[in-house]
Design a protein around this ligand. Structure first.
Ligand SMILES: [Zn+2]
Length: 95
């Protein structure tokens, strides 16, 4: 995986990115995580995909960003590193 990232290969978006978007918008937003965890859909490491997809669905109903505060996983650190790297490289995160 890390070698693919280094070479800038295409990868599906991270669920963490979707969570960040949902946490930061101030208007009602529905994020349909259909395909979450699937190979071609948005995904994280596989361990936390189901929990995050569930939180996103709950957020659709409650519009409560606090629902994401309890989410954490080892792969969140990896995702944050990638965001930083892409900010340095491209000036804007692509994930
Ligand atoms: Zn994870």
């Amino acid at each position: 995986m890390e070698r693919l990232w280094e070479h800038g290969e295409y990868r599906p978006p991270w669920l963490w990115s979707a969570v960040e978007v949902l946490k930061n918008v101030s208007y009602p937003i529905i994020c349909d995580p259909v395909g979450a965890g699937a190979r071609r859909g948005p995904h994280n490491c596989g361990e936390c995909d189901a929990a995050i997809a569930k939180a996103i669905r709950s957020h659709d109903l409650t519009q409560d960003p606090g629902i994401f505060d309890d989410l954490d996983c080892n792969c969140k650190v990896a995702w944050q590193k990638i965001v930083e790297l892409e900010e340095q490289t491209f000036g804007t995160p692509l994930v």
